[in-house]
Design a binder for this molecule. Sequence first.
Ligand SMILES: CCCCCCCCC/C=C/C(=O)SCCNC(=O)CCNC(=O)[C@H](O)C(C)(C)COP(=O)(O)OP(=O)(O)OC[C@H]1O[C@@H](n2cnc3c(N)ncnc32)[C@H](O)[C@@H]1OP(=O)(O)O
Ligand SMILES: NC(=O)C1=CN([C@@H]2O[C@H](COP(=O)(O)OP(=O)(O)OC[C@H]3O[C@@H](n4cnc5c(N)ncnc54)[C@H](OP(=O)(O)O)[C@@H]3O)[C@@H](O)[C@H]2O)C=CC1
Length: 296
Amino acid sequence: MTGAESFGLTDADLAVKPTVYAPGMFDGKVALVSGGAGGIGRATAWLLARLGAHVIISGRSEAKIAGLIGAMRETGLACSGHAVDIREPEGVAAFFDRIWDEHGQLDLLVNSAGGQFPQAAIDFSVKGWNAVINTNLNGTWFMMQAAARKWRDAGQPGSIVNVVVVTTHGLHGVAHTVAARAGVIGLSRSVAVEWAPLGIRVNCVAPGAIETDGWKVYTPQVRAAYPMTNPMMRAGDAWDIAEASVYLGGPAGKFITGELLTVDGGGQLWGETWTTGKPDYFKGADSRGADRPDGD
Ligand SMILES: CCCCCCCCC/C=C/C(=O)SCCNC(=O)CCNC(=O)[C@H](O)C(C)(C)COP(=O)(O)OP(=O)(O)OC[C@H]1O[C@@H](n2cnc3c(N)ncnc32)[C@H](O)[C@@H]1OP(=O)(O)O
Ligand SMILES: NC(=O)C1=CN([C@@H]2O[C@H](COP(=O)(O)OP(=O)(O)OC[C@H]3O[C@@H](n4cnc5c(N)ncnc54)[C@H](OP(=O)(O)O)[C@@H]3O)[C@@H](O)[C@H]2O)C=CC1
């Protein structure tokens, strides 16, 4: 942790953090990272650029994108960026037109844009539900489809990595995002088959608790529980997800498609999943069943 207001790896960290990958691995390649100025996206952008790619960074906030581009260019890395809301299909399509106008190619799309707010599902408003589904399922789909259409039309191969969430457990307070991410995982498996003849690979990475600024939407108590969500008893960092995405999305993953790689320190094997706070009902054995309708 880097301070009260900021979580996870800084640009200074990301500029020098050792990587398992070979320098020049992405020379001549162009990569797009949505949510690229967020925590996981930022690490992915730094890694891909350090490996030789020209990295295009997108997100909603121009200021965040500009800050990252400044930091990366200062170290001599090739990058550019555009503010694009992934929930706007026309804007997404225009963005991909622009990428082809400027670069004539795209080799890798990493969809890291996403997020949710913690709330008990029974209290979700229609607007809140739609905000999370539109962001994480529809927005990711608009990006995937726009990229695939460009690759098909240009006769070029391509690769997509979708950053999702672990969906194997019942996670309290995030049912909307789990629904959306399960949709993305199923969608990715389906189009991995449909798009294989086009030379397009589609994979997903499911992070466990990864310390980033995205954690700011959770309370200190919830954040304190994150390291206990896996048997390693610690949070991961954004570099763990960046290196996983590069593995699946780059040449090391050339025979992998439709796959889901979980990077959670073994969290999906672990018992404790109440990351957003435990409902009162579950807090003690004494209260078990005391006031719960049993359906009889
Ligand atoms: C087993 C292994 C374990 C593994 C352990 C797993 C750990 C999981 C930890 C996961 C961590 C992360 O993903 S962290 C990284 C992700 N980053 C984030 O989540 C931050 C970004 N989040 C967001 O931007 C928002 O939540 C999101 C909805 C997605 C964005 O959409 P918008 O910008 O359109 O949202 P807003 O305009 O703010 O809100 C739209 C509506 O959503 C609802 N809404 C928004 N915030 C709300 C809130 N706090 N409480 C209630 N309702 C809310 C309201 O209805 C809002 O409308 P009004 O009523 O009109 O306002
Ligand atoms: N950190 C963690 O513990 C975990 C994270 N994840 C998932 O990984 C992904 C990345 O998370 P992380 O980097 O930690 O979170 P951040 O909040 O740091 O980054 C997410 C980025 O997504 C962008 N974004 C959100 N909505 C939109 C939109 N509609 N259009 C374009 N960009 C958008 C935001 O950019 P801007 O502010 O400019 O809009 C933000 O920078 C998310 O999907 C997250 O839910 C999954 C499991 C655990």
